[in-house]
Design a protein around this ligand. Structure first.
Ligand code: PLP
Length: 392
């Protein structure tokens, strides 16, 4: 919705009237499963801290030690004087983790996506995006000046048709690895084939797969057994399963060296605090070593899906800790979220424009720190809602 600046009051009232107004709830402590929010204890099903590492004592300690050694601010961008041993060591550890030649740190996933797409394509080029890609990927496509084609969700046949209809110029296919609002996976094997056949590059944003999917947590590529078999442009974020902050792009040496030269969101911004990099290196170690976190998460998801099916909830086809309960109507999604909140359960209502119109939903996310009894509390709360509110 566009609004002229003199009419912000009307615009805000319009958002309220359509059930689209958003507000922020306030935490008074660390991120976790049992949190204190807006002054009351609640059980949290709204966090992306999938492995429960955001407040892990070893990660916190590495952050404190990092601050003691490096101070707080990086002081400059990477190309000026902000690039430290801490950043460099993390880049090497991340590249090794995802089995790519090199990795490059960005300050956020949003910036990694804007900067990478903008560096790789421009006017005269083509970019192909899944309709349900994250906002930062779509914004990156628009900002790049390349011709942007959106293909129907996970529809590789549709994508191939679009690829056939263009000829000159660089072609970049861009997809989420795990779709952030549905939790389903991109059809990576078919996308890789389509890219290969049409001489296009494939960029995968694995913000929600990294740490969560694959035996070692290396993400969606590992889940499909494709690690080391393809040379993708891989984006990972550090603020979700890794529990810290920031993001990286991984790929071949020349890709990374080119991004250092050309990605504007890399060049023209202050480097991450080195202490964040130090904390992330420790959390990466936990991600790799503690596969029990992934196993437990998976068991919680299975338990939830079994129970939800028995209740007749309309779930997305998701094997990941992102579980969408589809409701359709904005007001209904809000009403269910409010009712759960009243019962001490925090489950976010997701509405347009984050998801397409008519697909408002609850987005339930699980953490390895949840227990079976937490899942059961959530299912019980759904069961107690007035009939017709969550089931059709
Ligand atoms: C969260 C997210 C981002 C943005 O990452 P930040 O580091 O939070 O800016 C990018 N892509 C996807 C798919 C995401 O879910």
């Amino acid at each position: 919705m566009r609004s002229d600046l003199t009419n912000l009051t009307d615009a805000l009232e319009g958002l309220h009237a359509r059930g689209l107004h958003r507000r922020r709830r306030m935490l008074s402590g660390a991120q976790g499963v049992e949190v204190c929010c807006d002054g009351r204890p609640v059980l949290n099903f709204s966090s992306n801290d999938y492995l429960g590492l955001a407040n892990h004592p070893d990660v916190v300690q590495a952050f404190v030690r990092g601050a003691e050694r490096y101070g707080v601010g990086a002081g400059a961008s990477h190309l000026v004087s902000g690039h430290s041993v801490a950043h460099h060591a993390l880049e090497e550890a991340l590249a090794d983790f995802v089995a790519c030649e090199r990795a490059l740190l960005f300050s956020t996933g949003y910036m990694a996506n804007l900067g990478t797409i903008g560096a790789l394509v421009g006017r005269g080029d083509w970019i192909f995006e899944d309709r349900l890609n994250h906002a930062s990927l779509l914004d990156g496509g628009l900002l790049s000046g390349a011709r942007l084609k959106r293909y129907p969700h996970a529809d590789v046949v549709g994508l191939r048709q679009l690829l056939l209809s263009c000829s000159e110029g660089t072609k970049l296919i861009v997809t989420d690895g795990v779709f952030s609002m549905d939790g389903d996976l991109a059809p990576l094997p078919a996308l890789i084939d389509a890219a290969r056949e049409s001489d296009a590059r494939l960029m995968i944003d694995d913000a929600h797969g990294l740490g969560v999917l694959g035996r070692n947590g290396a993400g969606t590529l590992e889940y499909f057994g494709l690690t080391r078999q393809v040379e993708p442009i891989l984006v990972g974020t550090l603020g979700k399963a890794l529990g810290t902050f920031g993001a990286f792009v991984a790929g071949q040496h020349d890709l990374i060296e080119f991004l250092v030269q050309r990605a504007r969101t890399y060049i023209y911004t202050t480097a991450l605090p080195p202490a964040v990099a130090e904390a992330t290196r420790v959390s990466l170690g936990l991600v790799k070593e503690q596969s029990w976190r992934r196993e437990k998460l998976h068991a919680l998801v299975v338990r939830f899906r079994d129970g939800a099916r028995q209740l007749g909830l309309d779930l997305s086809a998701s094997p990941t800790p992102i579980q969408a309960v589809l409701l359709g109507d904005n007001e209904r999604a809000l009403a269910v979220s409010e009712a759960l909140w009243e019962g001490g359960l925090w489950v976010s209502a997701i509405r347009p424009p984050t998801v397409p119109a008519g697909t408002a939903r609850l987005r339930v996310t699980f953490s390895a720190m949840h227990e079976d009894r937490h899942v059961d509390s959530l299912l019980d709360a759904f069961a107690r809602l007035p009939k017709g509110l969550v089931t059709h």
